[in-house]
Design a binder for this molecule. Structure first.
Ligand code: SF4
Length: 703
């Protein structure tokens, strides 16, 4: 604990880990060094609170492993040599152009992240879509939020969470699917807990594991992995059967009812219970509870998204809320709790899956608007989306993609089936890794490493889960010879023909002004034209849409009008299909993975923070004591987990959190759980099913 009296100045920032979007103040001493962090008491999002990651965020600035200078080499098995920025950028631009000239524009791919500032996403999008011109451009958000995006678009016609955290203060019932808020989004959980203390309402948690959140629920539904759609269909069966649906809302604001009910007919709870593992009476009780509540809301996270049914799962949660009239009203909503600090910013502005400001590549008007705005011709843009991150790596294996630029993402730890990722990276003609840390695992395969400044060494915005845009001011100079991602993208643009035609604003704030101009329009949901950096800081964050003269909007679709062709939301029936890898005789355990509160993603940052590491130092495996007894495995012994892909070692933690046929391992650690996971993808979102595969367990001393 640093005494606040040593702080000479507090600088305004937004936490750069999860999507809660906590407002942070960084305390600098009289020499300009950041010495402490505290929650901003004025900010409605966190009301002065921070979790362990936010509280220790000031330790990031000079932490171990920071990249201090650009590095280059001919082959990835050679040692890196230090280089100037000019040399590193020349080498990168030359490699991109050589690959594109030889193999076509799409032979070079770019994968970014949910970690950059929004202005950087916009600038990267401009560089990739407008200058480099590859269509194989994606973000690592495909690993976490793609199913939510896809589901929102299918149901409501647009991405963007319709609700907000204030809905916790207004709701009469909350159902959480595959979300462990106390560990994943601790401050959102604190908001929810505070709301329930003031005004108790039922909390139902759907999760195969007895998570911390499940322990705090009134009702815990330990659903069979991957069968959430069956549970929701059975709930809707009861709601229609017992005339509990909001027929007026359905009639006025939705379409597709008859197709939905036709599918639901097959999900009588008596039959559904055999698939989803929740007994008929409980399904009926929960359905009644949800439908009879004056307002009810659903939240979800990776338990829904990271599945071969991810997009359908989101659509079905939206269906449940639409048929009960719980969209667009205080306390009645469908709120995806998103993953990274700026997963929303990349969805809104990066152009990964389309064009900036939620414009679609498939829409000729949208292509024309952006081309006119940037001063190029629309035929430079592709007419449909290229490959997602999960399809880019297989395309490297087949030789379709020869070069790759990774920005603030670490697929050697984060992607499923990492042995395959390793082989793909080794095959590349050229890999450039841009990251704040040179010791990031994927950098082993890079030909060029570009050291990026972190977070409060830069200035710009993040958008949080509830569409709130908040600001980080530059607090300190860049570390060593690192440069902001914004600078790197604008410099790289100069190497390409269009780079001289398309103006690149010289500062993030001017880029934000450009985004405001591009967002303006009465028909546009994502309108930020009423915002400015100063207004955002004064308000400690503003939610979009925020048109000129407005102060932001807490909820979407409050008038029952949706951004679809006819203004109605889509009810889309979803049928269960069983394509998961499941436990069998040879691989008898479900492998589930997830987060711990101390770490973020692949530990690139939290792995360097003393207390985060001390509290959660090694990969562990939760195992039910009954299952352990049968295998002769004891608490804190090491075991080898073996899947059809590979194997990994973890220390056993005996606990009844997991059923006898399931084990759980945190996903943060290198060379661990994602050596085992399966790369099966959701057909709509291309998001991987990280949470459902089969393993067997062998005590290490028995091999
Ligand atoms: Fe940061 Fe999320 Fe923790 Fe808030 S809850 S301090 S945003 S990691």
């Amino acid at each position: 604990v640093i005494p606040e009296k040593r702080v000479a100045h507090w600088s305004y920032a937004t936490c750069a880990y999860c999507s809660t979007g906590c407002s942070i103040e960084l305390g600098l001493d009289s020499s300009g060094k950041v010495i402490t962090s505290r929650g901003n008491a004025k900010a409605d999002v966190n009301r002065g609170k921070l979790c362990i990651k936010g509280l220790l965020e000031h330790e990031l600035f000079d932490s171990k492993g920071r990249g201090s200078e650009p590095l280059i080499r001919q082959h990835h098995h050679e040692p890196f040599a230090p280089a100037s920025w000019q040399q590193a950028m020349d080498k990168t631009a030359t490699a991109i152009k050589t690959i594109q000239e030889k193999h076509g524009r799409d032979a070079f791919a770019v994968v970014s992240t949910g970690q950059l500032l929004t202005e950087e996403f916009y600038t990267l999008g401009k560089l990739v879509r407008g200058c480099i011109g590859t269509n194989n451009y994606d973000g690592n958000t495909t690993l976490c939020m793609a199913s939510a995006v896809s589901g929102y678009k299918r149901s409501f016609g647009s991405d963007g969470a319709p609700g907000c955290y204030d809905d916790f203060d207004k709701t009469d019932c909350l159902m959480a699917f595959g979300s462990n808020l106390p560990e994943q989004h601790p401050v959102i959980y604190w908001r929810l807990k505070e709301a329930r203390e003031k005004r108790p309402f039922p909390l139902i948690v759907v999760d195969p594991r007895v998570t911390m959140f499940a322990q705090m629920a009134d009702i815990h539904l330990a659903v069979t992995p991957g069968t959430d759609c069956v549970l929701i269909n059975a709930m809707m069966y009861v709601i229609f059967d017992e005339n509990l649906a909001d027929t007026a809302f359905i009639e006025q604001h939705t379409k597709g009812l008859s197709e939905l009910t036709k599918i639901i007919e097959d999900y009588n709870p008596k039959l559904a219970q055999k698939v989803c593992g929740i007994d008929e009476d409980t399904i009926r009780s929960v359905a009644r509870l949800y439908a009879k509540a004056a307002t009810a809301m659903s939240i979800w996270t990776m338990g829904i998204n990271q599945s071969t049914h991810g997009s359908d799962g989101v659509v079905n949660i939206n269906n449940l809320n639409l048929i009960t009239g719980n969209i667009g009203k205080p306390g009645g909503t469908s709120l995806s709790i998103t993953g990274q600090c700026n997963a929303m910013g990349t969805r809104e502005w990066s152009s990964c899956s389309g064009l900036p400001g939620y414009r679609a590549l498939e829409n000729p008007e949208h292509r024309q608007q952006v081309a006119d705005f940037w001063g190029i011709t629309p035929d430079f843009f592709p007419e449909k989306r290229g490959l997602t991150e999960t399809d880019i790596f297989p395309a490297i294996e087949t030789g379709e993609i020869k070069g790759l630029w990774l920005v603030a993402t670490n697929p050697m730890t984060s992607m499923p089936n990492t042995s395959r990722i390793r082989k793909a990276l080794e095959k590349l003609d050229f890999l450039v890794v841009q990251d704040s840390y040179s010791d990031v695992e994927t950098n082993q395969y890079a030909h060029v490493y570009l050291p990026a400044a972190i977070w409060a060494e830069k200035e710009g915005c993040f958008t949080n889960t509830e569409r709130r845009i908040n600001l980080t001011r530059k607090s300190v100079p860049n570390y060593a010879n690192s440069q902001s991602d914004f600078w790197i993208f604008t410099q790289m643009a100069k190497y390409f023909d269009h780079g001289s035609k398309i103006p690149f604003p010289p500062s993030p704030e001017l880029a934000f002004d450009e985004m405001k101009a591009l967002s303006k329009g009465s028909e546009r949901l994502l309108d930020i034209s009423g915002m400015s950096y100063d207004k955002i800081e004064q308000a400690t964050g503003i939610q979009w849409p925020c048109r000129e003269g407005e102060t932001g909007q807490a909820r979407l679709y409050t008038d029952g009008h949706f951004p679809t062709a006819d203004g109605k939301a889509n009810l889309i029936g979803v049928s269960f299909f069983d394509n998961n890898e499941k436990p069998d005789k040879r691989y008898p355990f479900w492998l589930n993975s997830g987060r711990v509160v101390e770490h973020f993603h692949t530990r690139t940052r939290t792995g360097k923070i003393g207390n985060c590491n001390k509290f959660s130092p090694i990969p562990y495996m939760e195992m039910n004591p009954d299952a352990a007894k049968k295998l002769g495995v004891k608490h804190q012994e090491y075991v080898r987990l073996i899947s059809r892909r590979s194997d990994a070692v973890a220390m056993v933690q005996l606990t009844h959190r997991v059923a006898p046929d399931m084990v759980f391992v945190p996903f943060h650690f290198f060379d661990c759980v994602n050596r085992l996971t399966l790369g099966l993808l959701d057909p709509h979102s291309r998001q991987p099913a990280f949470k459902q595969c089969a393993v067997r367990i062998v005590p290490v001393d028995q091999q």
